[in-house]
Ligand binder design. Structure first.
Ligand code: EPZ
Length: 431
């Protein structure tokens, strides 16, 4: 398996272009099943999760071409209603097939995705929404069986104990586009990735009002048609690069991201004393020269502070002079990065859903283990701020959601290389 060797190499500098968003591309790919015509998606990031979603779509019958890097053409004229366990279990986002299969075929058999290290990943709200659309929902042997012969529009409330559900909103939205009558989704997720999905569906002929708001109104239509659509920029990748620039006291232009997609994150960075200037086509992070301040934050649904930037923010706050309290309201156990950051010298205590981060910490290199996508990114940020060498194992987690991450960071001056784990010093290797 691959490992990263990272050596602290001072401030990052240069320009980095943000790619298409993983968390937009996955539901967009699923939405291509809603029509018999070809949908062409561009700016699709080159990620293992994307390749995996393509494999699942092919399994259910879609014909898929990849004429050039970043461009995928999907034609789902032929479609079967079964998404099997051996595929679905590997990636949670494959649950996004539910809505399109129900909409197109009026039935679906989709394996229930397992949990993951960041916590339980329930789908009760997805199923509640489908039942409200008059679908018959049955769970047996780890599969969800949907009979949607009587599906029709209704009022669906998608709020759960931790706010709305992003992929749940995607599923109900996609099902509603072809459901007779009017569907009103209340407490819909407002994430930019849902806005991007609404834009694609509208191009395909769907009738959606309230785009970007917590109340979506969908008029069902007979069928949808093909189109072309570019994937929205990845706000989480952009935020990760901004944090990388800040943690190394660097000067970096993060291109291709609109500030409004990162509102709460930028607000907290400003509070922490990270100088960030908007430029024509992105955001420039400027050196803070040691003036970072501790900041408290709470993760919330968009437009609140994104849970997918919490681990990266933890690593940054460890470098400030004082105490920061970082509270996780979306996935209360999402602190797998903490023990590994502690191995690198961070002083972080977990109290329930909060991490109490005491700084300043001068990270020191150590052999660490990636555990999930965003925790892996946090370890790399800390390694770049350390004054010596860090080995990071299980970086396949990172490859799920960051495209060519080590190349992009190396282009900014980071000393990071991908090696085979056999090249890791034996005494550092952890089984
Ligand atoms: C999406 O996951 C993202 N993944 C996640 O990004 C992101 O962390 C999450 O939204 C929150 O923003 C994709 O878009 C592929 P949710 P999703 O349903 O849709 C609870 C990453 O690192 N809930 O919005 O699965 C749930 O337990 C990944 O890129 C229910 O209770 O998340 C959580 O507490 C990680 N019942 C909260 O809602 C349900 O039926 C938000 O979950 C569904 C969710």
């Amino acid at each position: 398996m691959d490992v990263f060797r990272v050596k602290g190499n001072g401030p990052l500098s240069g320009t980095i272009e943000v790619g298409g968003a993983k968390n937009a591309a996955l539901p967009l790919l699923a939405a291509c099943l809603l029509t018999k015509e070809t949908v062409r998606l561009t700016r699709v990031p080159d990620l293992s999760d994307i390749r995996f979603m393509v494999e699942i779509l092919r399994h259910v019958g879609a014909k898929i071409e990849n004429p050039e890097p970043g461009t995928w053409e999907i034609n789902a004229a032929q479609l079967s209603h079964i998404a099997p366990y051996e595929l679905v279990r590997k990636m949670r986002a494959s649950i996004c097939l539910l809505g399109p299969l129900v909409a197109r075929l009026r039935r679906a058999e989709v394996s229930i995705p397992g949990g993951c290290v960041i916590g339980p990943r329930p789908i009760d709200l997805h199923l509640k929404g489908l039942k409200k659309l008059h679908c018959d929902v049955r769970i047996e042997h780890g599969y969800v069986f949907i009979d949607a012969e009587d599906m029709r529009g209704s009022v669906v409330f998608l709020g759960g104990r931790n706010g709305s559900t992003v992929t749940g909103t995607a599923n109900i939205l996609m099902a509603a586009t072809l459901a007779p009558g009017t569907t009103r989704i209340e407490c819909a997720a407002c994430e930019p990735e849902i806005v991007d999905l609404c834009k694609l569906l509208t191009k395909m002929g769907a009738c959606i009002e309230g785009i970007g708001s917590p109340e979506l109104v969908v008029q069902g239509v007979e069928e949808l048609h093909g189109c072309e659509h570019p994937v929205i920029a990845d706000r989480i990748e952009a935020g990760t690069f901004i944090a990388a620039a800040a943690i190394t006291n660097g000067n970096v232009l993060v291109k291709g991201i609109a500030p409004n997609l990162l509102g709460a994150f930028l607000d907290k960075l400003e509070e922490a004393g990270v100088p960030i200037e908007p430029e024509a086509d992105g955001l420039r992070v400027l050196p803070h020269n040691g003036k970072l301040r501790p900041v408290d934050c709470i993760t919330l649904p968009y437009p609140g502070f994104p849970t997918d930037l919490q681990a990266q923010f933890c690593a940054l706050m460890a470098c400030t002079d004082g105490i920061s309290i970082i509270t996780e309201r979306i996935y209360p156990n999402r602190f797998m990065h903490v023990p590994e950051l502690q191995r690198m010298g961070a002083d972080i205590a977990i109290e329930g859903p909060s991490a109490i981060v005491k700084g300043p910490c001068k990270f020191s290199g150590a052999p660490v283990m990636a555990s999930d996508l965003r925790a892996s990114a946090a370890l790399i940020l800390a390694a770049m701020a350390a004054n010596d060498e860090t080995w990071i194992q299980r970086i396949y987690h990172l490859d799920r959601g960051y495209e060519h991450f080590e190349h992009k960071l190396a282009a900014l001056g980071a000393k990071i290389e991908r090696l085979d784990d056999s090249e890791m010093p034996h005494e550092l290797y952890q089984e």
